[in-house]
Design a binder for this molecule. Structure first.
Ligand code: DGY
Length: 327
């Protein structure tokens, strides 16, 4: 019975229910010790596998695919898939999948956590309390800025961008968005959001939230020139992917007061950060936890597992990235 099951590799620790489900359908090489694979160890482990459940920490490129001749499907436990060379997968008829939908609200919540936390300097003041620097109430103590009634600019108005915008209704914000193309009028109305050029959005917004996927087209979408176009009192939030922002340019801008502050969940070259961020008080840092609630990470892992099992069973999985690779 077991012999008929396809062999798969799961590159990172997953929840028990995900593993149980995968084991019902596949022979699983797991990594519950969660020791990240190197490109070399990943290639060796994948050599005779038909399926791969991977994470954004794994690079799936032409070299890896060449080392895995039996591979039929790759299921990323993430909505973003810049770690996967989709063209190379399609060329080898390897179906790739991601996990859209299940993480929208949690990721939007985290973007808001960063907005509120940066506006009210929450990590900075906590550091001051812990350092014993709070000696009592003062009228002008650690003043922040208001989020309510401010202008929010969202760059990237997919599902997560829209979820961020919908949350702004309760804060009575003026919402602008920029996107490759305008969203449908009924969605604009639901989000109470107006389309703007990137220039206008940068110039008008008190809070700029980035929610575009990372790609060669969005590499350093926000660099020194774009930051210079923002309001001096503005706050930049990157809750999407490192590389969308030029981190060195951002460190300089924050140091020189070009903008008020930044809230960051993602970084270029993570987990290594630009050391400049660590010297600054006007930045709130999080370790890529946008989707990291138990319910959401469970849902993402299970969706990835379902995608893989469907693809290996020759069905079209729920979330194909390259459906053209389906045999
Ligand atoms: C995603 O789904 O792309 C997230 O960044 C993973 O945590």
């Amino acid at each position: 019975m077991n012999a008929a099951k396809p062999k798969i590799l799961v590159t990172r620790e997953v929840f028990d229910d995900t593993l149980d489900y995968l084991r019902e359908h596949c022979t699983v090489l797991d990594n519950q010790a969660d020791v990240p694979y190197t490109p070399q160890t990943l290639a060796a482990a994948l050599a005779d596998c038909e399926g791969l459940v991977c994470a954004l920490t794994d690079r799936v490129d032409a070299a890896l695919l060449a080392a895995a001749p039996k591979l039929k499907a790759v299921a990323n436990i993430a909505v973003g898939y810049n770690n996967i060379d989709v063209q190379a997968c399609t060329a080898r008829r390897v179906l790739a999948t991601n996990t859209p939908g299940v993480l929208d609200d949690s990721t939007a919540d985290l973007a808001w956590t960063l907005m509120l936390g940066t506006a009210r300097r929450i990590t900075e003041v906590e550091r001051r309390i812990r350092a014993g620097e709070w000696t009592g109430w003062r009228l002008k103590q650690w003043l922040g800025v208001d989020v309510h009634h401010a202008t929010l600019g969202i760059v990237g108005m997919g599902r997560i961008g829209q979820a961020i915008a919908r949350r702004a209704l309760g804060f009575e914000m003026n919402v602008l968005y920029h996107n490759r193309k305008r969203i449908a009028p009924e969605l604009e109305a639901r989000c109470n959001a107006r389309y703007a050029s990137l220039e206008e959005l940068l110039a008008q917004s008190d809070f700029v939230v980035l929610q575009v996927p990372y790609s060669p087209q969005t590499h350093h979408l926000i660099g020194a020139a774009q930051i210079a176009k923002m309001k001096p009192g503005a706050i930049l939030i990157n809750s999407t992917r490192g590389g969308v922002v030029d981190d060195s340019a951002l460190v300089e801008a924050l140091k020189n007061g070009v903008i008020r502050g930044a809230g960051l969940d993602v970084f270029e070259n993570e987990p290594k950060l630009n050391p400049g961020f660590l010297q600054l008080d006007n930045v709130v840092l999080a370790p890529h936890i946008g989707s990291s609630t138990e319910a959401t990470r469970r849902a993402m892992a299970m969706l990835a597992a379902r995608n893989l099992v469907a693809a290996l069973g020759d069905a079209m999985p729920p979330n194909p990235i390259n459906p053209e690779a389906h045999a």
